[in-house]
Write a protein that binds this ligand. Sequence first.
Ligand SMILES: NC(=O)c1ccc[n+]([C@@H]2O[C@H](COP(=O)([O-])OP(=O)(O)OC[C@H]3O[C@@H](n4cnc5c(N)ncnc54)[C@H](OP(=O)(O)O)[C@@H]3O)[C@@H](O)[C@H]2O)c1
Length: 270
Amino acid sequence: MLRGKKIGIIGTGNMGRALARGLVQANVIPADHLLLADRKAERLTPLVRELEAQAFGVDTLIPQCDVIILAVKPQDMEDLLKPRQHLFHKEQLLVSIAAGLKTDRLEACFDEDIPVVRVMPNLPVLVRAGASAYCLGQYASWPHGVVTSLLFSAVGLVVEVDETQMDAVTALSGTGPAYVFLLAEVMSAAGAKEGLPDEVSGYLAVQTILGAAQMMSDSDKSPAELRAQVTSPGGTTAAAIASLESQNFRDIFYNGVHAARSRSAELSQE
Ligand SMILES: NC(=O)c1ccc[n+]([C@@H]2O[C@H](COP(=O)([O-])OP(=O)(O)OC[C@H]3O[C@@H](n4cnc5c(N)ncnc54)[C@H](OP(=O)(O)O)[C@@H]3O)[C@@H](O)[C@H]2O)c1
């Protein structure tokens, strides 16, 4: 479905750059079908050189592309789209990754019924291990979803959700990398408290998270089953889990994720 399609990315900051690299490195599209634009030449030029992609001004890029990925900050989006609405047409697909910006806000930038897909990627797209969820706007249909899936699978896993679930996605996978960074911090500090040198404790904590994540990803067992497998009655894991559960570890965590979802809902109203 991507054969022959020209893909444009507007905004080559952290996310746009990660996506561009993923698309070329995973051979999802040939480099000469990747068109890039950014108002910062110092960001655009080295990336274009690295990937052997093509650089354009925004106004020249838009009419040439079948799919345009909008990777600018949410507050820059309307200024980018509204004055250029005449450059877009409804055979194109617009894919926005702007956090909190709903599809109806994007659709309202145009007089025509432009197909829009909203994607919430997360930070590990930088290492091609992202978790992205997308939802279709009112003028987009399943082929647009398939195209979006093919593009974002270059940088990790992709799922489709309803737009009403986007705040929950933001709270879980969007914000999630920070939960794991916090877990690494806490595990590392706990190891140091128990007598390990700081540096050793840090390495062990990060490698333990990496190894456990790899096992969860490779295994057909659920995280709960894997945990049960390593929890022998009367053993060290059982002692740790009993202590965490008795102090409402789950409720503390649920409350944290809920706070993120509420904040995401507030921000998307602003
Ligand atoms: N970082 C994350 O973890 C994450 C996760 C999910 C979603 N997102 C979303 O991803 C989007 C991009 O985030 P980011 O962290 O990659 O942002 P970023 O590093 O600031 O990159 C955005 C780039 O777009 C450029 N730009 C802005 N308006 C433009 C215009 N009209 N024409 C051409 N270039 C323009 C910016 O230039 P200036 O610097 O001059 O403004 C900047 O170089 C955001 O909407 C964010 O909400 C990010």
